[in-house]
Design a protein around this ligand. Structure first.
Ligand code: SF4
Ligand code: SF4
Length: 91
């Protein structure tokens, strides 16, 4: 790294796009299950999903697009109301 780069480091930044890694196919082993009764519509799951597989319905409740969900379960861990739980993916 030269002197100019040290003063102004260029950091790699990537922005996910919908299904940036393609559709999941049948390899997912777990997935989030949504419980509308517990949800407070905070949006943390939407914000934290690295695949942008979560959108919202007209009432601002999350909607998971399982075509792109990779089953990482970040949304389950981020949900403050336990409105998302891990369930095995049915094969
Ligand atoms: S399990 Fe991962 S990929 Fe699937 S909706 Fe949750 S955060 Fe997104
Ligand atoms: S993080 Fe949990 S409580 Fe917040 S919108 Fe998502 S499912 Fe609902």
């Amino acid at each position: 790294m030269n002197e100019t780069e040290m003063k102004d480091p260029k950091l790699p930044v990537s922005y996910p796009t919908e299904g940036s890694a393609g559709t999941t196919g049948d390899w997912r082993t777990s997935e989030p299950k949504f419980n509308r009764e517990k949800c407070n519509r905070c949006g943390r799951c939407w914000l934290s999903c690295p695949e942008m597989a979560i959108s919202h319905d007209t009432d601002d409740y999350p909607v998971i697009d399982y075509r792109y969900c990779k089953g990482c379960l970040v949304c389950v861990y981020e949900c403050p109301k336990e409105a998302l739980t891990e369930v095995p993916t049915e094969k």
